[in-house]
Design a protein around this ligand. Structure first.
Ligand code: NCD
Length: 302
């Protein structure tokens, strides 16, 4: 059995295989439903808010012919005091695979240790968001024409954003040059940077403002307010740290702007009509990428 818990568990070859499978899913979607998972039941267990990850996984499962059951923590026995792991054990007995999002780092890994069916990590705390990274890398390949030898800038709350941590690993795996730009105190964990540098031998620079004149991909994320001990501090940081027309003045004409979404104030809305802004198209790729993941992870062994 196979789980998808961390982008660190995947090799470059496996990621490239997901690219090929996603291309097939994109073509298949043009024709309609792909019934390769009919008879399967997939559960979405989201202990934290979600729009894209949950809905696109549910849509992906349905497009593959699977049935979906959803878990609502507000009306579940968690309210009676049932533990996270007991909840996982129970749902595991009812379904063929689970997508889990939880506020604690390591929760998906823990769940995979008690589950007898595949577990897919839909985001664990500030730690990992592997399926988002597969979407991001696929989007870069599609929009920039390649996924290697690019200059990539990560901009935002790099301390708390799991999408950023996973993405840094994924984008470094493909040998890209990276700039990290965050508000003071919200930088990427130094241990994560050293592990990645050592593993992939890539150049990672920390910069105080984005230098976009030779940037190919600008990847932005919001300030992760829910992970701050002082939410007012998050609001203050957010207002001071955003991408606007002024910052884009020196950027290349063919630069691609990505964002895992939701966008709060870190990209001003007048950028949405700029042809470099590709984040809504990126989000749409969630369905074919997650179809490829579900077929690989849940479709195995049958
Ligand atoms: C991200 C997440 O939940 O980590 N959202 C998503 O899945 N697209 C990013 C975020 O919440 O900022």
């Amino acid at each position: 059995m196979r789980h998808l818990i961390s982008i660190r568990d995947l090799s470059r070859k496996q990621v490239e295989k997901y690219f090929r499978e996603t291309e097939k899913m994109e073509r298949a979607l043009e024709k309609g439903r792909v019934n390769v998972l009919s008879g399967k039941i997939i559960a979405t267990l989201f202990f934290e808010p979600s729009t894209r990850t949950k809905i696109s996984f549910q849509a992906a499962a349905k497009r593959l012919g699977a049935d979906v059951v959803d878990f609502n923590q507000e009306t579940s026995s968690l309210k009676k005091g049932e533990s996270f792991l007991d909840t996982i054990r129970m749902v595991d007995g009812y379904v063929d695979g689970m997508i889990i999002r939880h506020e604690s780092d390591g929760s998906a890994r823990l769940a995979s240790e008690v589950a007898t069916h595949p577990v897919i990590n839909g985001g664990d705390g500030a730690n990992q968001h592997p399926t988002q990274t597969l979407i991001d890398l696929y989007a870069i390949k599609k929009f920039s024409g390649r996924v290697t030898n690019l200059h990539v800038t990560l901009f935002g709350d790099l301390k708390h954003a799991r999408a950023m941590r996973s993405f840094l690993y994924g984008v470094s795996m493909f040998g890209n040059e990276v700039d990290l730009c965050s508000p003071p105190g919200l930088g990427m964990d130094e241990n994560v940077i050293s592990e990645i540098k050592e593993r992939f031998g890539v150049a990672i620079r920390e910069v105080s403002r984005p230098q976009l004149s030779n940037c190919d991909v600008l990847y932005v994320c919001r300030i992760q307010k829910e992970r701050f001990s002082d939410p007012y501090e998050a609001v203050r940081v957010q207002q001071e740290f955003s991408i606007n027309r002024q910052i884009l003045r020196d950027a290349k004409k063919d630069m691609v702007i990505l964002h895992p979404l939701p966008r709060i104030e870190e990209i001003s809305r007048d950028i949405d009509s700029d042809k470099r802004a590709r984040y809504f198209e990126q989000a749409k790729l969630g369905v074919p990428v997650r179809m490829a993941i579900l077929v690989d992870v849940v479709g195995r062994g049958y």
